[in-house]
Design a protein around this ligand. Structure first.
Ligand code: BGC
Length: 389
């Protein structure tokens, strides 16, 4: 499919990549050409659906139905999530009961990080137990429901929201894999932020649902146990390090305001430790995945944070850099190398998984989000043609 079929901008290409690789049942394949990524993640999908919602406001694609294609896409993903969650309701109830009784949960009862397009489990051996994804999904769903004033919620949606909120409220203290699918024995601050944002969203989704006690407990826990000696948010409890995923604590999950001093210090350390000069953003200093390259979606996430804080110049520089990472067809990758933190690991990953995922739908989503929030900021810059670089 050529770029000119839609338009010649990276925004149009991003929209096209996402719509093309969404499956008929609503699942978004994270990376359609990498076998390990031919699944749908709650986390990736939450941001992709949010991007589709924003993009539908700016450039609705009409296709015969009453809604923009982007909005139908987001709704279809949310429907897919609801089906996946409700099919596993018995397992989630067992998790909730065991966690509330202080007993260990059976990981087979918990939600997976990824499912195939039909909502079935992927192959064994994946780091599945990740609590940030369901939190991110609640946040994304609530943005969608707010936008379309969909209250009262469809009954199945409400059942899924209530169940996921109870699941997160019962399990939030448990160590789990983080959003990079690493360090299962840690309690990750970015995961707690996603759970916090998800619980707050659940309250907006279902009037009368009160998650405030848990949400306040999570926030208090982060402020007491989740800081580094330097007063930044920590990558996880007890670690004196930051991770670029901590941007999420402010944007979009709102655990801290973008200009909260703790958040500002955290971003300053991310800039110092993880923002490769003139390039993208590393995930964390110990990253060895594909040699630990610079992630495009993190550059765009940092740009989103800057826009929310009102700092447009650094945001524009990061967006411009991200645009230059698109290949000749306008596909954005997960990460670029060089720069690499651990170049000796690069080839082993290529041998195991193939080339770095490109396109990665989550990166395209972050691009659409950054562009959309920049466009509605006080002094937006015209959208540039991504090929003029
Ligand atoms: C990343 C996850 C992501 C998944 C699919 C993994 O390598 O660490 O954050 O959800 O790829 O994009």
């Amino acid at each position: 499919m050529t770029i000119s079929r839609f338009s010649d901008t990276l925004i149009a290409r991003s929209r096209q990549v996402i719509l093309t690789h969404q499956q008929p049942g609503g699942a978004y394949l994270a990376g359609p050409f990498m076998p390990d990524y031919q699944f749908s993640w709650f986390r990736d999908g939450a941001f992709i659906a949010y991007a589709m919602m924003l993009d539908g406001e700016i450039a609705p694609v009409q296709h015969g139905g009453s809604m923009a294609a982007q909005w139908e896409s987001a709704q279809s993903f949310h429907d897919w999530c609801v089906r996946v969650i409700l099919r596993r309701a018995d397992g989630l109830e067992r998790c909730i009961a065991r966690a509330e009784a202080g007993q260990p949960i059976d990981p087979r009862d918990a939600l997976n990080a990824r499912y195939d397009a039909q909502g079935d489990d992927g192959p064994d051996g994946w780091p599945e137990f990740q609590l940030d994804g369901p939190g991110a999904w609640l946040w994304s769903l609530s943005a969608f429901v707010d936008r379309f004033r969909l209250r009262p919620l469809p009954l199945e949606w409400e059942r899924a929201v209530r169940l996921v909120a109870r699941y997160l409220a019962a399990l939030w203290r448990l160590p789990c894999y983080d959003c990079w699918e690493e360090l299962p024995d840690d309690v990750h601050i970015s995961t707690l932020a996603a759970i916090y944002g998800g619980l707050r969203a659940a309250e907006r989704l279902v009037p009368g649902l009160d998650c405030s006690t848990t949400a306040q407990a999570i926030r208090a826990f982060v402020l007491e146990r989740g800081l580094t000696p330097g007063g930044e948010l920590a990558k996880s409890v007890g670690r004196d390090a930051v991770d670029a995923n901590l941007i999420a604590a402010a944007v979009p999950f709102g655990l801290l305001a973008p200009d909260d001093p703790i958040m500002v210090r955290t971003i300053e350390r991310i800039e110092r430790d993880l923002h490769a000069p003139g390039s993208g953003v590393h995930r964390h200093l110990d990253d060895v995945y594909y040699g630990g390259g610079a992630w495009v979606l993190l550059a765009l996430w940092l740009a989103w944070y800057y826009i929310e804080r009102g700092d447009l110049a650094p945001a524009e520089a990061l967006i411009a850099w991200s645009e230059r990472q698109a290949d000749a067809e306008g596909n954005l990758p997960e990460q670029v190398v060089p720069p690499m933190l651990a170049p000796e690991h690069y080839l082993a990953w290529v041998e195991q998984r193939g080339p770095i995922a490109q396109p990665l739908l989550w990166t395209h989503a972050k691009y659409l989000i950054a562009r959309a929030v920049l466009a509605r900021s006080p002094s937006p810059r015209a959208c540039i043609d991504w090929r003029e670089r």
